[in-house]
Design a protein around this ligand. Structure first.
Ligand code: NAD
Length: 313
């Protein structure tokens, strides 16, 4: 029969694209429950889903930050039976830590970390009873490697990686699979929202040097990297489909081979010196040429490392 897939954060970006891709599966193998915080934002998804809506795709409201909303949503699923849970909802946060309030930081953790934990807690007991299921988490390259001025976002994704790496062991005993997807930059509203936030930023309590490093050094190279290396939501949806259709899905799944060298640095030097120094040089010494430098780095990295990604094709 059809597999029931529940996806969080489907009103835009990667979540929307995963929902549509699975709903349009040629063999109709998926019954997609696309969820979003606010059903008023359903139009873009419904437009993209076309005929699939009402057949292989249905909608439910779900705010991953609310215990009640999560419980109610799962109770509305027939027999609470979910074969595949895709935790996609997430928010970004960018800028010098001095200018970010603890409240804002908690909001990011509430969504990116506790949101996923809340979903897993609600869905896992039924999966355990059935001795089957697959939990997928939209992590990020920033779940594996810290990135300057993304300190809190990175921390929230690291938290998720640690939580899931720990959970994976007991879940395996129950025949439940757990997979992290780790995209690099992806062209979505995520990027747009972040740039809008940056434009409004006022930097209270931040010294002039830090503001300059952020605005004049980090931002231009980050935009460059997005341009040069960004993937599309469709790429990530195809990678995700591959992961859920694999007979032996891997725990970690980088989607962009340009980032394997960066992750490799970390494992090549367990003191962390190589990563920190490389990022320092990339930012402060090669800033304007950052994406060229990264391409060279990519060429220098052996192909066996590059194969360790899930590719959209
Ligand atoms: P996006 O902003 O288009 O999508 C995020 C979605 O999550 C939105 O639809 C938003 O409404 C939803 N959301 C936020 N808070 C929610 C809540 N409390 N309850 C339910 N839904 C909520 O951005 P995206 O790029 O599609 O992001 C999807 C995931 O991919 C995120 O977890 C993000 O961290 C991750 N990711 C994005 C990138 C990138 O460069 N865009 C890279 C790596 C990982």
């Amino acid at each position: 029969g059809q597999k029931v897939v529940l996806i969080t954060g489907c009103s835009s970006g990667i979540g929307l694209r995963i929902a549509v891709t699975l709903a349009e599966d040629e063999k109709k193998r998926y019954h997609v429950i696309a969820t979003m915080r606010d059903l008023k934002k359903k139009d873009k998804l419904l437009e993209a889903a076309g005929d699939a809506y009402g057949k292989t795709l249905m909608l439910l409201p779900l705010d991953v930050c609310s215990d009640d909303s999560v419980k109610q949503c799962i109770n509305n699923v027939k027999d609470r039976h979910i074969d595949i849970l895709i935790n996609n909802a997430g928010v970004g946060l960018l800028g010098p830590v001095e200018s970010i309030s603890i409240e804002e930081m908690k909001r990011v953790f509430e969504t990116n970390f506790f949101g996923v934990v809340r979903m897993i807690k609600e869905v896992m007991p039924d999966m355990k009873k059935r001795r089957s299921g697959h939990i997928v988490v939209m992590s990020s390259v920033m779940g594996l490697q810290g990135v300057v001025f993304n300190d809190v976002y990175t921390a929230s994704k690291f938290a998720m990686e640690g939580f899931c790496e720990s959970m994976a062991v007991q879940l395996m005993k129950f025949n439940i699979r757990l997979s992290m997807i780790e995209p690099g930059p992806v062209h979505t509203e995520f990027e747009t929202k972040m740039m809008e936030d940056v434009a409004k930023m006022e930097y209270p309590g931040v010294d002039a040097d830090t503001v300059r490093y952020f605005k004049d050094v980090y931002l231009p190279s980050s935009i460059d990297i997005f341009e040069a290396m960004g993937q599309t939501p469709d790429d990530i949806a195809k990678c995700t489909k591959k992961v859920i259709e694999s007979n032996s899905p891997r725990f970690r799944n980088l989607t962009n081979s340009l980032y394997t060298p960066i992750v490799a640095l970390k494992y090549a030097d367990e003191t962390g010196g190589l990563s920190v120094n490389t990022f320092y040089n990339l930012l402060f010494n090669f800033g304007p040429l950052m994406h060229i430098t990264m391409s060279i780095l990519k060429c220098l990295t052996c192909s066996c490392l590059r194969r360790r990604t899930v590719s959209p094709n």
